[in-house]
Design a protein around this ligand. Structure first.
Ligand SMILES: Nc1ncnc2c1ncn2[C@@H]1O[C@H](COP(=O)(O)OP(=O)(O)OP(=O)(O)O)[C@@H](O)[C@H]1O
Ligand SMILES: [Mg+2]
Length: 367
């Protein structure tokens, strides 16, 4: 039997998803475990976690060797436990006897650097690290409006738009599903605020794109891609995330809602439909191989695509640990497919020459 381990930072996360995977495991010839990376004993390499019991149809406490196939669903924050787990997961990724379904993606700046000269460059908003405040102010002066984002994805947290009106600055963010606006009367006041912000996280900036619909709701198209049971990339579905009126984010965690892609598309004029669909197809075909060439093998990707008022499409974000919420809310009966996918791909991996797969890639990523 193949041993398959799901890793998360706490035992309460994604329970419905992990239960779904576990219930399907046995039929795929897989024994399913779940654990927290910090629960691996550093000397014995035994793991304290849970095993899915076939008879009880439930998880039971168990001690076991590190499973040979790992599914990494750890979402790191700035806390001590995350800091403790990151090097453990990196170490696991470097081991020859363990295979990860996917090896993760680096931060937003590294992603941009890797793709900026590729065939997808036209779809990427110009992205710069915030290195010094003077340069940032010059950019705001030039473009009139920018967006500031932490370089490590934050599910919408800590994102600000900064707009210059004559001498004053209008800063907007979203917190607890509400839009928060602040006016800074001059450069000096903005600089003081920026200094505090930049002490908390590393930031990047991009031109602010007009990604809202006619009701002033920001929205984006989220595409969910996975490898199937033969290791081929497939699209599991698309959904449209719509944020709050006057807001700047379309993340569901920021208070947005999800609508079905076809319903959304049907409301557009015919010539727009064809254009958008062929552009999305182009992005979907090219993105996974480009990412796997630049970084490490992946199992799934969530791609967020913005549609600007002028009709242009923008790749806003790509996640190697995508959420399933949009898909679950917009596609009936998708749960079974999603629960089975990691098992079927895991099985495929255990039957292919894993060493060859690992040797292709030398780098190890931490998340
Ligand atoms: N350049 C931009 N111009 C206007 N709006 C943007 C821009 N970039 C992002 N947004 C809005 O902000 C939202 C969040 O951006 P992004 O996905 O880059 O960060 P994140 O969600 O915090 O990252 P992650 O998904 O990795 O946690 C987007 O879905 C979009 O609504
Ligand atoms: Mg995002």
């Amino acid at each position: 039997m193949i041993t398959f381990g799901i890793m998360s930072l706490n035992m309460d996360s994604e329970t419905s998803y992990f239960d779904g995977i576990a219930r399907n495991a046995h039929a795929c010839g897989i024994q399913c475990f779940r654990f927290i990376p910090s629960q691996i004993h550093p000397h014995t390499l035994q793991v304290k976690g849970k095993k899915f019991d076939l008879e009880l149809k439930n998880w039971v406490d168990c001690e076991f060797p590190i499973p040979s196939i790992l599914y990494d669903r750890c979402f790191y924050g700035d806390d001590e436990h995350s800091k403790q787990c990151i090097p453990i997961v990196s170490w696991l990724k470097s081991r020859d006897d363990i295979t990860f379904l996917g090896y993760g993606l680096p931060n937003k700046l590294e992603l941009y650097e890797a793709l900026r000269s590729s065939v997808l460059s036209a779809y990427l908003p110009r992205t710069y690290p915030v290195l010094d405040i003077t340069a940032l102010l010059k950019e705001i002066d030039k473009t009139k409006e920018i967006i500031l984002k932490p370089i490590n994805g934050s599910q919408g947290f800590g994102i600000y738009s900064v707009k210059k009106n004559d001498k004053t600055f209008h800063v907007k963010t979203e917190k607890n599903k509400k839009v928060i606006s602040r006016i800074f009367p001059n450069d000096a006041k903005l600089i003081t605020w920026l200094k505090t912000l930049l002490r908390q996280h590393k930031y990047l900036y991009q031109p602010y794109l007009e990604l809202s619909n006619d009701n002033s709701q920001p929205f984006d198209i989220r595409i969910f891609l996975q490898k199937n049971e033969t290791g081929v990339w497939v699209e599991r579905g698309k959904g449209v995330r719509v944020g709050i009126t006057g807001g700047i984010l379309s993340n569901l965690s920021a208070g947005g809602s999800a609508i079905d892609f076809s319903t959304w598309l049907a409301a557009l004029p015919a010539h727009n439909k064809d254009f958008i669909c062929s552009e999305l197809e182009y992005i979907i075909t090219h993105l996974p191989p480009l990412l796997e060439k630049a970084f490490l093998p992946l199992f799934e990707i969530g791609v967020d695509i913005g549609l600007a008022k002028n009709g242009s499409l923008w790749i806003l974000d790509m996640n190697s640990k995508p959420g399933r919420k949009v898909l679950m809310q917009t596609r009936k009966n998708i749960k079974e497919t999603l629960d089975l996918a990691p098992l079927l791909y895991g099985k495929y991996l255990s039957q292919t020459d894993l060493q060859e797969r690992k040797n292709l890639y030398e780098k190890t990523l931490s998340n």
